[in-house]
Design a protein around this ligand. Structure first.
Ligand code: TXE
Length: 495
């Protein structure tokens, strides 16, 4: 097989002189600084975007404040139908968006089509449905009245204002959609700051947003380095930040937000997610589980698993069968439809993964499979299976965010639970067993925001998602996100 043919509109989009998306249109940035967008498949520069400066940030915030005035007064049913229209437009332009996404992120084209377009449109429609269902409560006040007067009270859920959505590079379209859809459905306006590595697709989606009927200023996109994100949070005209990314940056974002007059913050951070294979697990299902949990999109998923605990008497068979499966994966160009395993998203990340392989060797872990960078153009690493010596080994404690599954054997299931919880992080975890009763008793004892049984990594818009411990604050999806994008106002009336 070979690379698919790029659509002419994709090449035309890459060739544009990209500015920022402010006030409902593309505008040139005030400064002249540019950022190269590099293809992970061949290390070539494919496009350039602007690095916004303080004048651009002021302009984006002014636009979003104006957009908030209009959009927050737009009827919920209209908000809902505009977001539905945007989902339809994303699907109509699906191949174009998928190709841009694959070019900038190295994600294999099948994943771009299925997740960055298809799944993102599904999430958008789910959020669109909430616009018409946001309610408060009526409350009968509790205290006795003094002179026979009566009281009644009710609550209102009101949009928080201007939301800054800071997006990482791993799922740059879908995560941007989560943020803009949460903001827009609740009546907030939004400024998206994409990752400097993957800023392109959202610039195109902003245009589709206008076509769908968003008023000017409701959705803005400001490209730039991390400092641009920081300046947006610090700006007195923004009210909330919704951040997805690494733990250290997330903690910095939280500090900045709290220091900026208690700007509200939702932090969805990474971690070091565990898989527990119970003694009775079917080995073939466990191998499929390890692939699903650790290797989808080269492990560059915040909920992906990196720590695998397996019963001592079954671990060799499990790792051997997993290695065979990984050996058979077709590694290649992400634009080739037959490719199963593509590059990682940027050179810095590839080098970071190389350093993890060195660390594993220095700590005398056994490299069961892989463990090297791949010598070819672009940013490729081998899918890797490692056997650690102890729970203290670096590969069982530091987030690699790559296609590296590190295993440790256990002797009894109480020990397995303790090992799974032995981490400062708590985003996700999974248990794999035929004994559902046993799993159900273990679920409440696992320290993670999401626990899966016989599955891993699948996110559904109806199911809340977010971390405990050092993996974040707040929840996306379900009904839970509404609390994070609205303020609760209490109204009390005497009569
Ligand atoms: O992520 P960051 P980076 C991990 C992964 C990766 C490492 C670094 O291990 O190798 O993080 O990747 C913006 N104030 N994950 O640097 O720093 C930044 O511009 C406000 C895990 O890409 O978390 C980008 O838009 N914003 C992860 C976004 O924050 C700031 C997903 C994320 O950047 C900022 C991605 C600041 N001070 C990487 N500094 C996950 N678990 O989901 C940076 N940014």
């Amino acid at each position: 097989m070979s690379d698919i043919q790029l659509l002419p509109q994709v090449q035309a989009f890459l060739d544009r002189d990209h500015g920022l998306f402010i006030d409902g249109r593309h505008v040139a940035a005030h400064g002249s600084e540019k950022i190269d967008v590099v293809s992970p498949a061949n290390a070539q520069v494919i496009s350039r975007v602007s690095n916004a400066n303080s004048e651009d940030i002021d302009a984006a915030v002014a636009s979003a404040r104006q957009g908030f005035k209009t959009w927050s007064q737009t009827a919920p049913a209209v908000r809902s139908s505009v977001l539905h229209k945007l989902a339809d437009l994303m699907e109509q332009h699906g191949e174009e968006l998928a190709q841009i996404e694959t070019l900038q992120s190295g994600k294999i084209i099948q994943i771009s089509r299925a997740f960055e377009v298809g799944m993102a449109a599904n999430f958008l429609r789910y959020f669109a449905g909430w616009a018409t269902k946001i309610t408060g409560q009526t409350i009968t006040p509790s205290l006795p009245s003094f002179n026979g007067e009566q009281y009644t009270a009710y609550t209102l859920r009101q949009p928080i204002g201007v939301v800054v959505g800071i997006v990482p590079w791993n799922f740059s379209t879908m995560i941007a959609i989560w943020k803009l859809a949460s903001a827009l459905t609740t009546g907030c306006s939004v400024i998206i700051k994409p990752s400097e590595f993957t800023p392109l697709t959202i610039l195109r989606i902003a245009e589709l947003g206008m076509q769908a009927g968003l008023p000017a200023g409701a959705l803005n996109v400001v490209t730039g380095m991390g400092k641009v994100g920081q300046a947006l949070i610090e700006h007195s005209g923004t009210d909330k930040v919704s951040f997805t990314g690494s733990v250290p940056t997330g903690i910095a974002v939280g500090k900045t937000a709290f220091g900026a007059n208690l700007t509200r913050a939702t932090l969805e951070l990474g971690g070091k997610n565990s898989v527990g294979f119970l003694a009775d697990v079917d080995i073939d299902k466990a191998v499929n589980g390890a692939i699903e949990a650790g290797f989808l999109h080269s492990g560059q998923i915040c909920a992906a698993a990196e720590r695998f605990f397996a019963p001592r008497h079954r671990i060799d068979e499990l790792m051997d069968k997993l290695s065979l499966r990984l050996k058979a994966l077709k590694i290649g160009s992400p634009l080739d439809e037959s490719t199963e395993f593509g590059p990682v998203t940027n050179r810095v990340h590839q080098q970071k993964l190389g350093a993890f392989f060195d660390k594993a060797r220095a700590e005398h872990c056994t490299i069961v499979h892989g463990g090297r960078l791949i010598e070819r153009e672009g940013f490729y690493v081998e899918p890797t299976v490692i056997l650690a010596n102890s729970v203290n080994d670096s590969l069982l404690n530091e987030e690699t965010f790559g296609p590296i599954a590190t295993f440790l054997p256990y002797d009894d299931e109480e020990e397995m639970l303790a090992l799974m919880n032995n981490t400062p992080y708590g985003l996700s975890a999974s248990l794999w067993t035929n004994d559902l009763g046993k799993a159900m008793r273990m679920v409440p004892r696992i320290e993670a925001g999401t626990v899966w049984v016989n599955m891993h990594t699948l996110l559904d818009p109806a199911v809340p998602f977010g971390g405990i411990k050092a993996s974040g604050i707040g929840r996306e999806f379900g009904e839970a996100f509404i609390d994070d994008y609205t303020e609760l106002k209490s109204v009390m009336i005497r009569y």
